[in-house]
Design a protein. Sequence first.
Length: 221
Amino acid sequence: MSDGRDSPGAPRPARRPRGPSPAKTAGTRGAILAAGLATFLERGFAGTRMIDVAQRAGLAKGTLYLHFADKEALFEGVLGAVIGGPFLAAVAAEPGPGETLRDHLARTVLPLLRDFEGSRRAAVMRLVATEGPRFPALAAIHRRAVIAPVTAAIRRLAADAVARGELRSDALVRVPQLLVAPALMTALWNGLYGAEEPLDAAVAFEGFLDLVFGPAPGQGG
């Protein structure tokens, strides 16, 4: 009778190949997004090639295509990582107990704007603004990855603030894009006039909050 052990000559069952670890996959994706961001800003959307991004990331071209099917998908990933994800997380988060919408926006959005140029978020917005008219797919990606989810979250927050009596009108409910206006205006201004008269996105956003909600407590007025 067999004792349940393999005989010396019996073939061993084949081991299943292990896939990459989640940490390695995330690291590879992060390297691709960083290389994609740098290449898009350096060469523009039209001038960027997938092979250039792969080489910059230190990867084989085939590895790049395992994560992103084409240049449009890569650009959408870059937009989501640099702008859409951080801003959506900020505006979609629920205000704390007793926290006003103004305080919530100051707590969540202002930190993203204090390093608006250094984080290259402003540069990405300028890229979309300048190349979007020539490449409708680019504008459509930006709308899908950033504008649509962020404005939907803003509209919900604004409607709640109106119901609580924190807003004097429903303008932000009707036109949620107004909340994005300070960042967009700052990005375009600095691209045109920043060498002589740079604007600080955080300061511009604080001014917008004053216009919408009135001066913050302690500011007077």
